[in-house]
Structure formats: C-alpha cells, structure tokens
Design a protein. Structure first.
Length: 301
C-alpha cells in the first residue's frame, strides 16, 4: 500500500485572501482583546500579518528567496490574536494561509517543536466544532492534511492533538458536503499512513538495543483502545453513509477509508491482537469492511 501523504498543494490568490482577511479585521470590534499568550495590539497584529507573514508565504509560493530569520513565534502571536477577535467562521483565509505555509520545511519544523495551543495547528483545530461553517472546516482539514507533509510535524500532531482529531473526524467523515468528506478521508489516511510507515521502519530495525522505540511511545499515547474505537466507528459510519453521485470522487473516498481500516488493524502490536478493545472480532470486522468496500466499488463502476 502506498503510504505517500495526500497533500493540498494548490496556491490560492494571496491578494484576494489578504483583502478578505483585511475586511474581516476592519469589521472586528473596536475593543481588541489580547489573549494571555500575546500582548500584540490590533495595529501590531495587522502590521506583522500583512508586512511579514503574507510576504513570506508569497515568496515561498513563488520559489523566491525566503527570510532567513522569519520570527515564527510572532506568527503564532498573530494567529492567536486574530482567532480571539474575529468569529471562527471568518478565520478561513488565515487557515488557508497556514495550509500553504506548512508546505515550507522551515515553518513545519518550527510547528513540530510546539505543543497543543502553543502551535497554530492546535490553536486553529481547537476552534472547530460540529457547527463550524463549511469554509472553515474545509480549509482546516486541508491545513491538517498538509501538516503531514513532513514527518516530524505529523508525529507531533498525532501525539498532542489525537483527541481533537478524533472529534473532528467524527462529524466531518459523514458531513453532508462531499468536499468536506473528501478532506476528512484524506486526513484519516495521512494519520494512519504516518503510523504505519513508522511501524514498518521499526519492524525492519528489529529488537536490538539501538532500535527506535518511538513506535511504542506512539502506540501507548495515541493508539489506546478508546481512541482506536472512536476512529473505527467514524470510518465505518463514513462507509455506510457514502452515497456521492460523482463516481470518481466516490471511489477515491472509498479507497482512502479502506486504507485507513487496513492501517488501523495492521498497527496492532505483534502478539497483542486484543489491543483494540471492541465488541466485535477484529480480523472478522476487517474482512467484512473490506468486502463491503469492494462491493461498493464494483457497484459504483
């Protein structure tokens, strides 16, 4: 199975995104709230956003020379300030800016050194809920997908945000908007592909003293039975409710969720087949699920 991460690499019109975000900021309340993790004023926030962040991302998308000292900490402060002062549903241009920025190795590496709400990825994920706008959910899912462009950030996202990711997938995998379902299936695939890739590398290293034991840490922290059951339930719900009229897109999503199931079951540690604490027989469930998927793909074709 190909474990290459799915990415959203299309570069949007930064001029239009900048204008849209500027309009939202102009409409924001006159009283600028300063969150606990930053003391940036509205003037400072807009100055850094439009004078530093947008130009950096613009240079990256056009393969131009990048600032060698971009002060990414200020990028987080700007993101935090804006997220506290405009409605969540108006944050999608900012999220899309981060979607593109995460494709840059420097930005991704910096994000990988931060945890939870100290990371723009975690902060923007925390703003999502079942009732978020379609624009916000779609751009958020695509940003999270791109977080797996570089493995260090992918691991950090899984380790520090696993519960929020499970909640997000629970309602986006069965969302009425087919684009959001596609984004959710892509994110689910990237999550399990990242874990499966790590597992395969560790199996090749063997059990000698120099073996990398990060897989064990990930398994204990991320792949606890409750988390696994939650993800499995979401993926199965996605399969059962999938009825998109576009056959091509329909098949792509089916393949993605099938691969998620395959990775999920293969990730069980050797000799610990009961790790996934479900009320059903795990191997039998995988067989049934894959059989259902194959029949769906045959019917669709």
């Amino acid at each position: 199975m190909d474990l290459t991460p799915i990415l959203y690499e299309k570069f949007t019109d930064l001029g239009a995104a900048s204008a849209k975000l500027k309009d939202f900021l102009d409409e924001s309340a006159a009283m600028w709230f300063q969150p606990f993790d930053t003391s940036l004023s509205k003037v400072d926030t807009t100055k850094i956003l439009f004078g530093t962040i947008f130009p950096y991302v613009g240079a990256f998308t056009n393969s131009q020379c990048l600032n060698k000292d971009p002060l990414f900490d200020l990028w987080h402060d700007v993101t935090s300030s804006i997220s506290w002062n405009i409605p969540t549903d108006q944050l999608f241009p900012l999220v899309d800016l981060w979607r593109m920025a995460l494709l840059d190795s420097k930005v991704s590496s910096w994000c990988a050194d931060r945890n939870g709400l100290d990371s723009p990825v975690g902060l923007l994920l925390s703003k999502a809920c079942k009732w978020s706008s379609e624009k916000y959910l779609l751009t958020l899912l695509r940003m999270l997908i791109n977080a797996f462009r570089y493995r260090a950030l992918g691991w950090k996202v899984l380790l520090s945000l696993q519960n929020n990711l499970a909640i997000l997938l629970e309602h986006t995998l069965i969302h009425e908007d087919s684009r959001i379902r596609s984004g959710a299936s892509g994110l689910a695939f990237n999550m399990f592909a990242c874990l499966q890739e790590l597992r395969e590398e560790n199996l090749q290293k063997g059990d000698d003293e120099e073996a990398d034991h990060l897989e064990m840490e990930l398994s204990l922290t991320v792949l606890n039975s409750n988390w696994e059951a939650s993800i499995l339930s979401s993926v199965l719900a996605a399969i059962q409710r999938e009825d998109d009229g576009d056959i091509g897109i329909f098949l792509v999503r089916l393949v993605r969720v099938r691969d998620c199931l395959t990775c999920l079951f293969l990730l069980q540690p050797t000799g610990k087949s009961q790790h996934l604490d479900l009320s059903c027989d795990t191997p039998r469930s995988l067989t049934i699920c894959c059989g259902f998927l194959e029949s769906c793909m045959l019917d669709a074709s």
